[in-house]
Design a protein around this ligand. Structure first.
Ligand SMILES: C[S@@+](CC[C@H](N)C(=O)[O-])C[C@H]1O[C@@H](n2cnc3c(N)ncnc32)[C@H](O)[C@@H]1O
Length: 428
């Protein structure tokens, strides 16, 4: 057991060794991982311990001062950032030059997860977000739209957000002004949030609320000229999820189209859109790259089916697997979990040459990775948005497969997130 204790007075010195999953700095004191938002790898800092876990060797600390700053530390370009007196905690790495952010990711992948990549591949560092979900809240000046402060339910304004695409920022600025002019408030549930997507030109804006749209909200929708489509989605009573299930068009178009690696896909008001299609395209290219051709390929967690379509150019038959009913219907298959899909494939004796998988954050897990070992394809290609679960899944797959390569993509610059693509080949 550690003797590390929270204290409002004691100041400890810490060398930051790596990034944590939320983009915070992490160093070790007395065998405990100390997580410090605002500190970067390589820095020597002074901290105050605020909480120590009773079950894990993990503590949370507040940054008091920076003894030795990272040579590429900078002032965050965003005035709303918490380090500049704002409240927004959405861009924890924005105080570090972009090349240093990517190097910190690269070094953390290797030191923490044993995942080696040559470099972290990225593109523009600002204005890259083509999809944004914001919560509504009542500020002194009127209704505003932003995000929760990390680890709390306190809202932070994102007015002038620099990482979102300028079309999205314009559409939200107009929404804010028009809603304030009409006296619309967040309290009461008429307007709880907004989901905004763009194809780079047009904007699809979905108003989210707990009640059906009233006359004021309808008039508001009609006034929004920066959004080409405005919809309303009603939150399911009792659910925390902002995204509702009912949907009503209030004005304009029903969908926008995005192209990923030459494959065009329409996205509606409630549909998933890659937040950064530019870099996601590079990741998809890496995922389906290679010369492998063959009879049969499986595309697990196929979502919108971009990879399915790309694989069909090289394989006689590509079978997608997807559990979300709407996406599965669009793919022309019954909704099925990867667990059930692989169990049935094994029972039938299917022998795909290639399996591609793009699981959600939780990764594939034991049932799916063990089934892949039994299925024994020549190649497995995995795209993952969590280094932690990818490392866990690779540990199982590497019992029979050799790791050929891993590539990392900076899909959300200024944050702790990365997209990884791993290629594995059957040994022998
Ligand atoms: C990271 S997304 C992949 C998106 C997809 N590659 C695309 O381009 O749209 C993960 C997908 O896996 C689906 N999913 C989640 N759990 C699943 C499971 N156990 N089995 C199959 N699909 C699942 C989700 O509905 C989602 O579409």
């Amino acid at each position: 057991m550690t003797t590390l204790r929270p204290s409002s007075t004691a100041i400890r010195r810490l060398r930051v060794e790596r990034l944590g999953e939320e983009g915070e700095g992490v160093g070790r004191l007395e065998g405990v991982d100390v997580h410090v938002p605002g500190a970067f790898p390589g820095e020597e800092v002074e901290v105050r311990i605020e909480a120590v876990s009773r079950h894990h060797p993990r503590a949370h600390a507040r940054l008091v001062s920076i003894v030795t700053p990272h040579p590429l530390r900078r002032e965050s370009p965003c005035p709303r950032d918490v380090a500049r007196g704002g409240r927004c905690t959405g861009c924890p790495l924005s105080g570090l030059a972009i090349d240093a952010q990517r190097e910190a990711h690269r070094a953390t992948l290797e030191a923490r997860y044993g995942i080696r990549v040559d470099a972290v591949i990225g593109a523009r560092e600002l204005g890259y977000r083509f999809a944004s979900k914001r919560i509504a809240f009542d500020a002194r000046e009127g209704i505003d739209f932003g995000s929760y402060v990390r680890g709390s339910h306190r809202p932070a304004s994102m007015e002038g957000c620099l990482v979102e695409h300028p079309r999205i920022e314009e559409a939200v600025a107009e929404l804010r002004a028009e809603a304030r002019a009409r006296g619309i408030r967040a309290a009461g549930g008429v307007l709880e949030g907004v989901w905004v997507k763009t194809d780079g030109e047009r904007v699809l804006l979905t108003l989210l609320g707990a009640t059906p749209p009233d006359a004021t909200l309808r008039a508001l929708a009609g006034a929004l000229v920066k959004s080409q489509g405005v919809h309303h989605s009603r939150r399911v009573a009792g659910s925390d999820a902002l995204r509702g299930q009912t949907l009503e068009r209030l004005a304009g178009i029903d969908a926008i189209e995005i192209e990923l690696e030459g494959v065009r896909r329409a996205t509606g008001p409630l549909g998933f859109l890659q937040p950064n299609p530019e870099v996601a395209s590079l990741a998809y290219r890496a995922l389906v790259a290679g010369e492998a051709r063959g009879r049969l390929a499986f595309d697990l967690y196929a979502g919108a089916g971009v990879t399915t379509e790309l694989l069909r150019r090289r394989f006689e038959r590509v079978v997608p697997c997807e559990s979300f009913p709407e996406s599965a219907a669009a793919l022309g298959v019954p909704p099925k979990t990867a667990e059930d899909f692989l169990r049935e494939a094994l029972a039938r004796g299917d022998r795909p040459e290639l399996v591609v998988a793009n699981p959600p954050r939780g990764g594939m897990g034991a049932t799916v990775t063990e089934a892949l070992l039994s299925l024994d394809p020549s190649e497995i290609r995995v795209m993952s948005c969590s280094a932690k679960t990818l490392a866990r899944d690779l540990a199982v797959l590497e019992r029979r497969f050799a790791r050929v390569s891993v590539e990392a993509f900076d899909t959300l610059p200024q944050t702790g997130h990365l997209e990884l693509v791993a290629v594995l080949r059957r040994r022998g």
